[in-house]
Each structure stands twice: as C-alpha cells, then as structure tokens.
Design a protein around this ligand. Structure first.
Ligand SMILES: [Zn+2]
Length: 271
C-alpha cells in the first residue's frame, strides 16, 4: 500500500514531466474506482495547465489553471509517465494526456484509488479538511505531540496512526519510529514524557526521510519505471521481525496486536 513516502516519491518523480504542461485529454478506461470518475471530468480538465504538483497526506494535488485535481493511489495504485501512444494494459484505468507527447498513467489493480476535482481551495475539501498536520510541518513539533497526548489513554502507536492528529505515519513507520524513540508501542499516549515526545517527533521525521530518499533513488529514470516502495530499501529494525534479535542489543523482538495491526518492539531498548 502506498504510504506517504511512496506518494512523495511519486510526486517528485512526476513533477518534472507535468509542470507547465497542458492537459490534452483525460482517457478513462475504467471509471469505477473507489468513487466513480465523473463523465464530466475530462471536459473540465482539458486545456488547463499544470501549475504545481503538490501533496497533502497521501493525496497528490495537481494544481491546474482553474482548479485542483486530488489524486489518491488507494491500496495498490501507481502513476507512471509514458509516451502518449503506449497502449493501456490490464488495470490501467486512467490516462492524463499532456501536450508534451507523454501521459500520466494510473494503474490500480484493486481500484481503491480516486480522482476528485475542485475549483475551491483544496485544503477545505471534505477529503482533506479534517487531516492533522504533515510530519514535516513546523506545527508538528514536540510541543504539539506532548499536548495532544495529555488526556489520551489510547496507546501511543494507535495515536500516531490517527490521521486527524498527524498524517502519513503508517504502520511500518509508526513501529520503526517508536523503536528509534525507545518507546513501547503499547504505552498509554498520556504517559509520554516531554523528552520522549521530542525523540518521537525526530524519529518519525527520520524514518520518513530515509524512506523518501530510498524511494527517490529508484526514480532516476521514472519514465516507464515502476515506483518501488521506499521502505523495501530501508533497513528495518523491528517491523515484521518478531522473534529475531534486536539489531542494537540482540534481545528477541516481540509482537503485539493493536487495532488489528501488528506492533513490534524490543523489550530491552524500548520502555
Ligand atoms: Zn534492543
């Protein structure tokens, strides 16, 4: 499933190919994505220039002349830049054809992705309005994390994965960040100390940064390439390593289930 680093990697990969280009056509081979792609969408987009390729949480935001296209990759989606005459294959559902002779192709086997268009400020769009800050925003600092954890008995890992409080901390990154910050995933959020909050903010940024950088290296020749998830290139300390020795202290790692997701930790390194 594409997480924040994969989406950011995709954004960086497509940016040089779409910026300043004009939409020539939107070819929808399969409109039944998570939400139906409206028939009117093509007519709305054609003739508009791509002014900016942004991202909010896991949404790619293509800012056009008069509006913004919100593109979500869903559970299994990917975007590729291809020559405009490349024939669509299985699961290639949408092509955004540009005046450069290239197209942006959306492939999504499970069809949980989505496309929305708005002429309003996208930050007020119902899909984005209730999201918490980005992990790299100034707003997401130790003070913020400390404040939002004060009255919450929910486990710290569950809190980190709540996108109303902070976006982009998927299961793998929550596990790895908690290890780096030396905090057990099952601890009550309210038990976090100020120092731990500080460590955790830094750890979250660090694991995401490594993943984005790793993803970025696979994008040198993004045209025609598959977007490899960044985390496969990252050395994982705890994620899916139950029973294996901790890379720091050699203690056998443990796993617990929280909110139907697996959490992994080192009983020695993490308090
Ligand atoms: Zn350890």
């Amino acid at each position: 499933m594409p997480e924040l680093p994969e989406v950011e990697t995709t954004r960086r990969g497509i940016e040089p190919h779409v910026l300043g280009r004009t939409v020539v056509a939107l070819e929808v081979h399969e409109p039944r994505l998570r939400w139906l792609v409206p028939e009117t969408l093509a007519a709305q987009l054609v003739g508009q220039r791509v002014e900016r390729a942004g991202r909010r949480a896991k949404y790619l935001l293509l800012e056009l002349t008069r509006g913004t296209l919100l593109w979500h990759l869903g559970m299994s989606g990917s975007l590729r830049v291809l020559p405009a005459d490349a024939p669509p294959g299985l699961h290639d559902h949408v092509d955004l054809v540009l005046d450069s002779g290239c197209l942006l192709r959306f492939n999504d086997p499970r069809r949980f992705g989505s496309l929305h268009y708005t002429t309003e400020d996208p930050s007020g769009h119902p899909l984005l309005a209730d999201l918490g800050p980005e992990p790299f925003d100034k707003e997401f600092d130790a003070d913020y994390l400390w404040r939002i954890t004060r009255r919450r008995r929910v486990a710290i890992k569950v809190l980190l994965m709540n996108s109303h409080l902070v976006v982009g901390v998927g299961n793998i990154y929550a596990n790895e960040a908690l290890f780096r910050a030396r905090v057990r995933p099952g601890r009550a959020a309210s038990s976090l100390t100020r120092i731990e909050a500080q460590r955790l903010v830094r750890a979250i940024r660090a694991v995401l940064k490594v993943a984005i950088r790793a993803g970025g290296t696979t994008l040198r020749d993004y045209v025609g390439a598959d977007g490899n998830p960044g985390y496969f290139r990252q050395k994982l300390y705890v994620y899916e390593r139950k029973g294996k020795p901790c890379r720091v202290c050699r203690t056998a790692l443990r796993a617990i289930t929280q909110g139907q997701r697996s959490s992994y930790y080192c009983p020695t390194c993490q308090k």
